[in-house]
Design a protein. Structure first.
Length: 608
């Protein structure tokens, strides 16, 4: 059987998942009358809502007499742990680049990983039907990117196709014929991507993607490096250091046929398959025949840069909206998540009531929290903190730095430069990017970027596009000013009253609506000044026997500030928490009692 294994890599939103849809449709994978959901590979509910790929997925298509295994990878650097491992499982990569936007930071991130593992990519310039498409300049930018990433001469001699995944065609020139559909891309994959290299010897495979299945248990996906495997065969699992992790038997072998998984009676070297039956083996472990003693070399994974505390919800409203509230449930769920996501690190705190979760970025952690609340969990989470590390030579603290690329209209570039410099960012480049827009490139500390996305959109009237990429660690850059305003805190428990809210409007904008349940220590609004203020939001109107039209006029309230999960995480300070339940997102003080807050403040000042 002829076989090809390819990954589709690109910056977020450049059309990877749509391209896979077209390849599946035009290869005859679907019946002619079959109803197919758009972006079939984004199976996760959150992926469909946000229009991003979070988990890598595999599919396969038949073209002529060859089966092509296609892996759709995430574009966000927060999910980069997935990308690195997948590229070790394939023999070729399609680098998809938007014909208007050109290569962006995540393009750089995924291409650098692909070149590092020795892949010879095919470049596909997608969305050439956009009115602002500039395919020729984009090709030059892609070539410069490859050269800057130390591509070999072979890698620099990349084949190019132009097309529109949405319209379902590819051609060798931007204005080429559209009637061939995806055929030019299929033919190019067969010509340019080498068949899988197969080593001699017994069964060996590196785990690449891990998932939990309610019926089959742990399912590990990977490419078989050597040998073959059948159901009920005995295997063992070796860690990267060669230590034995477990012995077991394979209960099921699944291969990708279209987007479905089909059980196999035997799988051979070179194929990408999923195996079930083992309980401890995980990603980057070697699954092999009992006679094998040496593990395969696995790709090291970039370190987590942001951490948060996941704490048991102890507010007065705890348990009223979710059904999974105990520390044991939260702990088990996070440990289960860490098993399948190697970019995530979960450590139990000494007080047993909280877990320290570290990941690649705020987006990854926000997606985890959003997933948990949809599953019925209630929890409190702290403000994201960066993971610092000590320089072994000097003993000084170092912090993660990101490369930030901001595309913005020229008129707004001044305010962006000013705000980024306030966040201790260093400007590397400033150049026009066509259509009265500028591209600004900065090296900025990760902690300065927490919560900047919303502010950037406000400052630029929604016209700026920001992309971030982990750059490396650098000496700590000093204090960065956080939120300038204090907050309004409820001093009692009950339901918010419209009349009280109306009377308090001059104190600052509210974050709640009349009738919402509040409790002592809950944040209900933003103070106009820099200090926190306790207010009574439950006070109703004093009833009198005087009736006048002006006195009984309906209360008209200013619409409240709407807090999404990401906005709330960015808004809170170190002494505050976000309470997350299946129905609500509330902001609160870590210590609900005012006296406890004062004691904590004094203790902090004493230490300082």
């Amino acid at each position: 059987m002829n076989l090809r294994n390819v990954a589709i890599i690109a910056h977020v939103d450049h059309g990877k998942t749509t391209l896979v849809d077209r390849l599946l449709q035009q290869s005859g994978t679907y019946r002619e009358n079959q109803r197919v959901v758009e972006r079939a590979m984004d199976s996760n509910e959150l992926e469909r809502e946000r229009g991003i790929t979070i988990l890598a997925k595999a599919a396969s298509v038949h073209w002529k007499d060859t089966r092509i295994n296609i892996v759709d990878t995430p574009g966000h650097a927060d999910f980069g742990g997935e990308v690195e491992r997948i590229l070790n499982m394939v023999d070729g990569a399609l680098v998809l680049v938007d014909a208007a936007e050109g290569p962006l930071p995540q393009t750089k991130f995924v291409v650098s990983k692909a070149l590092k593992v020795g892949l010879k990519p095919i470049v596909v310039i997608n969305k050439v039907d956009r009115p602002d498409a500039r395919p020729t300049e984009v090709i030059n930018e892609v070539f410069d990117l490859f050269a800057a990433l130390d591509a070999s001469d072979e890698q620099l001699d990349f084949p190019i196709l132009y097309g529109s995944a949405k319209q379902g065609w590819m051609a060798e020139s931007p204005d080429g014929l559209h009637d061939a559909g995806m055929q030019p891309l299929f033919d190019l994959i067969l010509r340019h991507v080498a068949p899988p290299q197969v080593e001699q010897g017994p069964f060996r495979m590196i785990g690449t993607i891990l998932e939990a299945n309610p019926y089959l248990g742990r399912i590990i996906t990977g490419r078989i490096t050597s040998g073959s495997i059948k159901p009920n065969q005995a295997v063992k699992v070796l860690g990267a250091d060669g230590k034995l992790i477990e012995n077991g038997r394979i209960t099921k072998i699944l291969a990708f046929r279209g987007i479905e998984r089909t059980p196999l009676d035997e799988a051979e070297a070179g194929d990408i398959v999923a195996i079930a039956g083992l309980t401890k083996g995980t990603v980057a472990d070697t699954f092999c025949d009992p006679s094998v003693d040496t593990p395969l070399v696995a790709q090291p994974i970039d370190p987590p840069t942001v951490s948060m505390s996941f704490i048991v919800n102890n507010s007065p409203l705890a348990g009223t909206e979710g059904d999974k509230v105990t520390s044991r449930m939260i702990r088990d769920r996070l440990l289960r998540e860490a098993e399948g996501n190697v970019a995530l690190r979960v450590v139990e705190a000494s007080d047993k009531d909280s877990m320290e979760v570290s990941g690649r970025g705020e987006l990854q952690l926000a997606i985890l929290i959003e997933t948990m609340r949809r599953e019925g969990f209630e929890l409190s989470v702290s403000r994201p903190r960066v993971v610092l590390k000590k320089d072994e030579a000097t003993g000084a603290w170092q912090e993660p730095i990101e490369e930030v690329v901001i595309d913005v209209d020229e008129e707004h570039s001044g305010v962006v430069v000013q705000k980024m410099s306030e966040r201790k960012a260093e400007m590397i480049e400033m150049r026009p990017s066509g259509g009265n827009r500028q591209r600004l490139v900065f090296y900025a500390p990760t902690r300065g970027l927490i919560g900047y996305q919303g502010e950037l959109l406000t400052d630029t009237r929604g016209t700026a596009i920001m992309n971030r990429l982990f750059h490396g660690y650098a000496p700590y850059k000093g204090d960065i000013q956080g939120r300038r305003n204090g907050v309004l805190i409820s001093n009692d428990q009950g339901e918010a009253v419209a009349y009280a809210m109306f009377k308090l409007e001059d104190r600052g904008p509210m974050m709640i609506e009349p009738g919402w349940k509040v409790y002592k220590g809950m944040i209900v609004g933003e103070h106009t000044r820099d200090n926190d203020l306790e207010i009574n939001i439950l006070k109703g109107k004093q009833l009198t026997n005087i009736r006048t039209t002006s006195k009984d006029e309906a209360v008209r309230l200013t619409p409240p500030i709407r807090m999404t999960l990401e906005k709330a995480l960015a808004y809170i300070e170190d002494d505050e928490l976000v309470e997350v339940t299946p129905k609500s997102i509330r902001l609160r003080k870590k210590f609900l009692d005012a006296n406890d807050r004062k004691r904590a403040e004094k203790a902090k000042e004493a230490v300082a």
